[in-house]
Design a protein around this ligand. Structure first.
Ligand SMILES: [Fe+2]
Ligand SMILES: [Fe+2]
Length: 278
């Protein structure tokens, strides 16, 4: 962040995000574990829960990368600690459900699930991808609530869906701050739009853990949910970049127009500066 903070409690957004998180918090003991309806559990459902739980395990590696990248950001790194705690509860709840229905997972499963591909070196790009991935995860869990009949799993998915949507707001907050405090905010807006374009043109190109999970769940989340996700991503990233993306399919047009205008402004400014120097 690199900007001077005079009053930690007043100036850091973490404290208000923390209050919201505390109010929204659910406890593992809130889940009625002994009310699992075993007649609604089958091998297919167990595989689905394993796939989702596996995709939730990357938080550890992601947090390590985030902590390194944002080592000078006292606001974001505090929020990240809460995010890590809440995200760790997601595979915990799912693995406990698996245990309760007699499906055990090995330590190897947890270790393999922590592996991630190296992250982008751009802070804004990394945060933008996380805004998108939390929107994807939130909608995927909301769809899981509709899809599954087992009542306890339904309840877990409901909690997780709400957590993920709240996380997308947290990442959005820090992405906005990163853009605002950047040396060249418009250049960062281009990066933000490029992240949305990369996702919206073909999510098969991004190796973000959540997108990989969604690819593994292909056919489960359905076209209506995909449409909803695309609309939300276009609207939220558009707001972050300060532009209107009227239709997710027009993201490339919006991105390239913004980039063209940016280059034009830079060229004009350079010419004016050269003129003034003569
Ligand atoms: Fe999660
Ligand atoms: Fe999340």
């Amino acid at each position: 962040m690199g900007i001077a903070v005079q009053n930690v409690f007043k100036d850091l957004t973490y404290y208000s995000l923390f209050d919201v998180a505390e109010k929204a918090r659910w406890l593992m003991t809130d889940i009625p574990w002994n009310e699992i309806d075993h007649s609604k559990v089958n091998a297919e459902l167990i595989e689905l829960v394993k796939t989702i739980a596996f995709g939730e395990l990357t938080t550890y590696s992601a947090t390590r990368s985030f902590m390194e990248m944002f080592v000078d950001d006292i606001d974001f790194t505090q929020w990240l600690a809460v995010w890590l705690y809440e995200e760790t509860k997601h595979p915990h709840a799912l693995i406990k459900w698996l245990h309760m229905v007699g499906a055990e997972v090995e330590g190897r499963f947890l270790m393999q699930g922590r592996e991630i591909t190296p992250m982008t070196p751009s802070r804004v790009e990394m945060l933008s991808f996380n805004v998108i991935s939390e929107i994807v995860a939130g909608n995927t869990y909301a769809q899981t609530v509709e899809l599954v009949d087992e009542p306890v799993l339904k309840q877990i998915a409901h909690h997780l869906a709400k957590d993920e949507m709240r996380h997308s707001v947290g990442f959005e907050n820090y992405c906005r701050l990163c853009i605002k405090n950047a040396e060249d905010p418009d250049l960062e807006r281009i990066t933000c739009l490029r992240a949305a374009w990369a996702f919206l043109q073909d999510d098969g190109l991004i190796n973000h853990p959540v997108f990989i999970t969604v690819r593994n769940l292909d056919g489960v989340i359905g076209t209506e949910t995909v449409k909803k996700i695309r609309k939300q991503v276009a609207s939220r990233i558009g707001k972050l970049a300060g532009v209107d993306i009227p239709d997710p399919d027009r993201i490339f047009e919006v991105y390239s127009d913004f980039k063209k205008q940016y280059r034009q402004r830079k060229k004009t400014a350079a010419l004016e500066a050269a003129g003034a120097a003569v």
